[in-house]
Design a protein around this ligand. Structure first.
Ligand SMILES: [Zn+2]
Length: 91
């Protein structure tokens, strides 16, 4: 039986704060779904984005990072998680 060890995961990460920060994030078309303020970050719903991904779009809070993993999959990641679980290797 062959053995494998997982390679270090390298992510490309872009901070999203507002419209235009990442090409795949649009402003949330229905910010009222988030209520007056988001349950995750407490910021107003209208300040949120939507990352266009399959099979379903993902809500992006201002201050989240949009990451692309080695398989090309994109997803939002909280800044705190990125800070704790990853170290910066290149600017
Ligand atoms: Zn939020």
């Amino acid at each position: 039986m062959a053995k494998f060890r997982k390679r270090p995961e390298i992510l490309e990460a872009t901070l999203w704060s507002k419209k235009g920060d990442h090409p795949d994030v649009i402003m949330h078309p229905e910010p009222t779904l988030l209520g007056k303020s988001c349950l995750h970050c407490g910021k107003p719903g209208k300040k949120h984005g939507l990352l266009k991904t399959e099979p379903q779009d993902q809500i992006v809070c201002p201050g989240d990072f949009i990451v692309t993993n080695m398989l090309g999959k994109k997803y939002p990641l909280k800044a705190r998680v990125l800070e704790i679980c990853y170290e910066k290797i290149e600017d």
